[in-house]
Design a protein around this ligand. Structure first.
Ligand code: UD1
Length: 426
């Protein structure tokens, strides 16, 4: 357990330039996909975050060697000889289940511990199973372990997903690349990270088209024709969106680099609706604001809708806006725990099922607060930067899962921020 705390002094402006790291949600799946390559895959722009360390451990347990050289990972999966991912790893990181599809693709079988619930909802895996079953996978649950076999091999299929689940789309895609014949995934998730995964699979010899749209088509190829490749992870749109919120809160101007603005179209629309001036280039976005923040309604939806992973950060903006905003969470149940922490800093939020009614206040007050999840933790730090007085943010293990050097990047943008041992506060 990380025993450190972030201390932020308020009433500061974030301005200047910051470069985002590679996308966590892409890199994790690219690492899983390397299982299909059977040799040394080289991944660039991999963020230095704890979820990547955990996925390295998952791959190492399967028999791979993973070597990090800065932001590059060399993953050799030639000697992978185990198909089992234990509960102790899956329970720490739900994304561990993304090895299911590639293990089935390579070995025709897999044993992956069933993930439990997590703090942002039940997060079932029924759609992963429906998609894989359609490809010919048989499942059995054996003492909490999901045992997958393919009695008649993998064969192409046509599936219409009930909801465009990111994880289900990815697992199905990674299994389908070696299925015999043609697979179509309708109502597929359209997230840019899925397109990144498909690009890597194609560089490995797979034949995937349509990724990034709601219809993904895959022509199966023999496993023996897949080979390792070298690939660069796309920029992290959620990290970029988080820094843009920081700039919008305090006025900026703040520019994020290393991100395709097309990934953030809905968030940019909302920033403009809230009174921010947003400029974009090939791989950068600048935000600045001179007038007051206007209230705005937001509902989270699968991409290209407004991302649930930016909901907490925008709730913070709404908390300081001039009127009432209604935020509706449609992707995860139970993702409003952040509101209670923000209210401890003076925000006025009323929760009603999956709606949050946010009445803007003219300032927030620094307070001791706890990260309830990754994005909430990042937003609480931003809240501390603009609040009156001092804020201490606890439970940094959440922030460390997905933000590389968050404190260093914010300090370079002008925050008065430091990371100290919790013991030094006693
Ligand atoms: C991924 C992202 C996460 C992001 C989410 C939605 C990673 C590692 N994580 O999570 O940051 O917030 O997409 O953009 O990439 N569901 C089911 N059954 C299933 C699968 C999902 O009911 O079989 C439900 C989930 O409980 C949730 C919703 O569908 O309510 C969305 O889940 P999904 O899109 O699968 O998200 P993840 O892949 O878990």
């Amino acid at each position: 357990m990380n025993q450190e705390v972030i201390i932020v002094r308020g009433n500061h402006t974030l301005k200047g330039d910051v470069r985002v790291s590679g996308a966590k949600n892409s890199a994790l799946k690219l690492m899983a996909a390397s299982i299909l390559g059977q040799g040394e895959t080289i991944l660039h722009n991999v963020p230095l975050i704890s979820d990547i360390e955990l996925m390295s451990e998952v791959l190492a347990r399967l028999g791979a060697t993973v070597v990090r050289e800065g932001h590059t990972l060399r993953i050799n999966t030639a000697d992978v000889d185990s198909c089992e991912t234990p509960y102790e790893l899956v329970s720490k990181m739900r994304a561990s289940i993304s090895v299911l599809g590639p293990l089935i693709g390579r070995f025709g079988e897999a044993r992956v511990a069933m993930p439990g619930g997590c703090q942002i909802g039940a997060r079932k895996i029924d759609m992963h199973l429906v998609g894989l079953e359609a490809l010919g996978v048989a499942f059995d649950v054996d003492h909490g372990v999901l045992a997958a076999t393919t009695p008649n091999g993998l064969r192409g299929t046509h599936v219409y997903l009930e909801f465009p689940s990111v994880g289900a789309t990815e697992n199905m895609l990674m299994a389908a690349v070696t299925a015999e014949g043609h697979t179509a995934i309708e109502n597929a998730a359209c997230e840019p990270e899925i397109e990144d995964l498909a690009n890597m699979l194609n560089a490995m010899g797979a034949r995937v088209s349509g990724a990034g749209t709601s219809l993904i088509e895959i022509e199966g190829v023999p496993l023996s024709t897949l080979h390792p490749c070298e690939h660069t992870t796309v920029g992290d749109r959620i990290e970029a969106g988080t820094f843009l919120v920081g700039g919008a809160l305090s006025g900026g101007p703040l520019t994020v680099h290393g991100i395709d603005p097309a990934f953030l179209r809905m968030a940019i629309m909302k920033l403009r609706a809230m009174g921010c001036d947003v400029e974009t280039g090939d791989d950068w976005i600048t935000v600045r604001r001179e007038g007051p923040l206007s209230s705005v309604d937001i509902q989270t939806l699968p991409h290209p809708g407004f991302p649930t992973d930016l909901q907490a950060q925008f709730m913070l903006l709404a908390a300081l806006a001039d009127d009432v905003s209604v935020i509706t969470e449609n992707v995860f149940e139970n993702r409003f725990m952040f509101a209670a922490e923000l209210m401890r800093m003076g925000a006025d939020v009323t929760l009603d099922d999956h709606h949050a009614i946010v009445r803007g206040v003219d300032h927030l007050e620094g307070a001791p607060v706890s990260s309830t999840d990754l994005r909430a933790g990042a937003a609480l730090v931003l809240a501390g930067i603009v609040a009156d007085g001092e804020t201490s943010v606890h439970h940094l293990e959440h922030i460390d899962r997905g933000y590389e050097d968050y404190v260093g990047k914010l300090a370079s943008l002008g925050a008065d921020i430091r990371r100290v041992s919790a013991d030094s506060l006693r």
